[in-house]
Design a protein around this ligand. Structure first.
Ligand code: HEC
Length: 220
């Protein structure tokens, strides 16, 4: 090993005492403060403000956004009159009525039962003048009836309207709905029947007895 010369600067440094090194460090720190690590108020302030805003916005939406339901606010809505209007689809209501009662005789297919219950599908009564069809359901029907060139007479069609001797006492809305339904089901393509039309027929005919084919044909 070769001896290092006395004037080697590294040996001088190594000779410095611990105190001298510390003093030098203290001086260096004092003269060049580490600005990056210093506590500063502004970022903390921004952090708190933003957190506060996010908390406020979240709470606000949670309380007032009404689960983002499209029904709560409708920019095209008209001012409320305080009246609640519930619209029922007459076809849907009519289907229910049909399936509750008419189906037992006229069948789900609308084809009836051969020789006993006449078909509603393609029937000239169902797709004919609305007054006759209303009369059949309001007052019932018995005796011979021709439907799609077959004759039926074995059974009677019950009385449905709010008229004397009615088995069902269905109001005009129900009758309008079931007739609207049968006029557009099974390939039938006839227009709807309104409750007003049913009311008008019921009021003009009064407590009429059961219909027969002759009476119906005479009615316009
Ligand atoms: C108890 C069985 C029965 C029920 C229930 C019944 N009908 Fe009928 N319906 C008949 C019979 C039977 C005739 C044929 C009457 C005749 O021969 O004179 C008929 C005839 C008709 C006719 C005229 C003939 C045709 O086929 O187009 C229509 C329309 C009609 N019914 C509609 C209805 C509707 C709508 C309902 C339900 C609201 C209903 N019926 C419920 C037995 C029934």
């Amino acid at each position: 090993m070769s001896q290092k010369p006395d004037n080697d600067p590294r040996l001088d440094q190594a000779a410095a005492s611990d105190d001298a090194v510390l003093a030098l460090h203290e001086k260096a720190i004092g003269e060049h403060p580490d600005n990056g690590a210093r506590y500063r108020l502004l970022p903390i302030f921004i952090l708190f403000t933003l957190s506060g805003l996010i908390l406020f916005a979240g709470t606000y939406l949670n309380r007032y956004a009404a689960h983002y339901s499209p029904l709560v606010f409708n920019e095209n809505g008209k001012p409320s009159t305080g009246e609640v209007v519930v619209k029922i689809d007459p076809v849907a209501l009519g289907k229910k009525q049909f399936e509750a009662v008419c189906i037992t005789c006229h069948q789900a297919t609308g084809m009836g039962v051969a020789g006993i219950y006449p078909p509603l599908a393609g029937s000239e009564w169902v797709n004919g003048p609305s007054k006759r069809l209303i009369e059949i359901v309001l007052y019932g029907l018995k005796g011979e009836v021709h439907v799609e060139s077959h004759v039926y007479s074995a059974a009677a069609m019950p009385v449905f309207g709010q008229v004397a001797g009615s088995a069902y006492n269905w109001n005009d809305d129900r009758i309008a709905a079931v007739l609207t339904y049968v006029r557009q089901e099974w390939g039938n393509k006839s227009g709807p029947i309104s409750a007003d039309e049913v009311s008008a027929v019921r009021k003009s005919m009064g407590d009429h007895k059961e219909m027969s084919e002759d009476v119906l044909m005479a009615s316009k």
